[in-house]
Write a protein that binds this ligand. Structure first.
Ligand code: URP
Ligand code: ZN
Ligand code: ZN
Ligand code: ZN
Length: 486
């Protein structure tokens, strides 16, 4: 016996190549690629199947409290199981700092939650809501050295928002540490002002969530975040982009040579603001921030994903059930400000994009692999261990049946939700066998591993976070910024 596992007769697909070859796996790694490989202790026949790198979902919320104190329905067990059933083998959720907390405490808490439960590998981004001198000067560098090389900041939500001064402090620290800053870009006061006007006129239904989170709130904040990042020459990653106006800001900055990266999510391809206008409180199921927009925005977002303006496709899985533990925690008829923001999507992220994008002939198969696995691995410091298929990589693979017809429904998903926003959607293609570090996690529609068998991934600093060195003249000459901190 030469291998622990051999996958025969499939076609491996990476960001650049599609090859009919067998995959030999030993001690959790891919050790051989080619035809005529020796015998494996276990063998999988992948005739007619695609062998894709396991997906990396770089944006999801697991065992995290919402800004209004509501817990996500998924813990690290249900979230990781659900991810695995959808072809994802690595998740990067958030360790969220509440004001006053030390980053060490925050990370230790999330680690303690994840370790006994996760069935696939995981890493963390920090959320920084309290950038004190001690946090930025000592705590953050220590966390980065421990493998948390990216962190998210918010421009909205009372409990999380940073002002522009704080954002500049965070960006310049990130520059020095070569950590990647992710930003939730929405203008807080625009949302607050619109919300107050709407509520004072008695307009509290879920659909007004989408009105209050105006596209202008998103595009203005996107522009401002990019401007602040340009001022201090720090790469920036814009999360969950929903609108063509924000995408335009991103494109403009990229064409000027700035290191601006961005992601979009299933809700911006497959939902619209009309979904928030359903009967009674049903619209609450679709309240997320930024909100889904309209068909024209969907088209623009597809375009950005295909043309490379977006580098990453993440779920932004933020699961709150449609009951008193989640969306209806404030009572049976909450106004839109009282509805927890977020939609689930860990399990459907890859299959829905594969079906509508690849089989729908909008997106090349290699591009699909790039935005769901390879790019997130590269941008977040996991490459080449994760995100591709090569000798020496972790054997994280999804054996994909490109012909399987699936009707999405809450009954067939494995998260701990009581609804899916995509109920009834018919798609084609689903991962049939999912492998993490050579372990078969999902096979025959069954979970094959125990809780707590996923491992924590200490991430490298990413080249995506390296400053370009192009400083605007006023900062360069007046502050001698490069000499001081590079
Ligand atoms: O509505 C959303 N996306 N909630 C999750 C938190 C966030 O800002 O990503
Ligand atoms: Zn966000
Ligand atoms: Zn602009
Ligand atoms: Zn999020």
């Amino acid at each position: 016996v030469s291998f622990d596992l051999v996958i025969r007769n499939g076609e491996t697909v990476t960001a650049t190549e599609k090859i009919r070859q067998d995959v030999g796996i030993k001690d959790g790694q891919i050790v051989a690629l080619g035809t005529g490989l020796g015998v494996g202790r276990k063998e999988i026949d992948a005739t007619g199947k695609l062998i894709l790198p396991g997906g990396i979902d770089a944006h999801c919320h697991v065992e995290q409290m919402s800004s209004s104190g509501i817990m996500t329905s998924d813990d690290f067990y249900s979230a990781s199981v659900s991810a695995a059933f959808g072809g994802t083998t690595t998740i990067i959720p958030f360790a969220a700092q509440h004001r006053g907390q030390s980053l060490r405490t925050v990370v230790d808490d999330y680690m303690a939650c994840a370790k006994p439960k996760a069935v696939i590998d995981y890493a963390f981004h920090l959320i920084i809501s309290d950038p004190t001198d001690a946090v930025m000067g000592q705590e953050l560098p220590a966390m980065i050295a421990d493998g948390i090389s990216s962190f998210k900041i918010y421009m909205t939500y009372d409990a999380l928002k940073l002002d522009d001064y704080e954002i500049l402090e965070v960006l310049s620290t990130a520059r020095k540490e070569e950590a990647l800053v992710m930003v939730h870009a929405e203008n807080h006061d625009v949302i607050r002002w619109l919300s107050e006007k709407l509520l004072s006129q008695g307009n509290g239904d879920p659909k007004y969530h989408a009105v209050s989170h105006s596209r202008i709130a998103e595009s203005e904040a996107t522009h401002r975040a990019i401007a602040l990042a340009e001022l201090v020459d720090t790469p920036l990653f814009i999360v969950h982009v929903s609108s063509e106006e924000a995408l335009d800001e991103i494109r403009r900055s990229q064409s000027r040579g700035l290191k601006v990266m961005a992601e979009t999510c299933p809700q911006y391809l497959f939902l619209t603001a009309k979904d928030l206008d359903k009967e009674g409180m049903v619209g609450a199921k679709f309240c997320c921030s930024p909100p889904p927009r309209d068909e024209k925005a969907q088209e623009a977002i597809w375009e950005g994903l295909i043309d490379g303006s977006f580098q990453v496709f993440s779920s932004d899985h933020a699961p709150y059930r449609f009951d008193e533990t989640g969306k209806l925690a404030a009572g049976p008829n909450p106004n839109f400000k009282q509805i927890a923001n977020g939609v689930p999507g860990l399990e459907i992220r890859m299959p829905m994009l594969f079906s509508a994008g690849v089989l729908g002939k909008r997106m090349d198969l290699h591009r699909f692999v790039e935005v769901t696995a390879t790019n997130p691995a590269k941008i977040y410091g996991l490459y080449p261990r994760k995100g591709t298929i090569e000798v020496g990589c972790d054997a994280d693979l999804a054996v994909w049946d490109p012909e399987k017809e699936v009707r999405i429904s809450i009954d067939m998903l494995h998260d701990n939700m009581d609804y899916t926003p995509y109920e009834g959607t018919e798609i084609t293609g689903w991962p049939e066998t999912v492998i993490s570090r050579g372990r078969i996690v999902v096979e025959d529609n069954d979970l094959k591993v125990d809780r707590g068998t996923g491992v924590y991934l200490k991430r490298e600093r990413s080249s995506a976070a390296k400053p370009s060195g192009n400083l605007v003249p006023e900062v360069n000459s007046q502050l001698n910024f490069n000499a001081k901190i590079l």
